[in-house]
Design a protein. Structure first.
Length: 45
């Protein structure tokens, strides 16, 4: 029973870490896009 619980907790932690990594990657993409837009705006001035 304890092993099953440990495995379940480990799987949940890994899932949370995966979601956190995906959110981090998405945030990086948004930041890069904002920087690109700002660079375009600055170049047009």
């Amino acid at each position: 029973v304890a092993r099953k619980l440990d495995a379940q907790m480990k799987a949940e932690m890994e899932e949370e870490e995966r979601i956190a990594r995906e959110k981090d990657e998405a945030n990086k993409a948004v930041i890069k896009e904002c920087a690109d837009v700002q660079a375009t705006i600055d170049a047009d001035r």
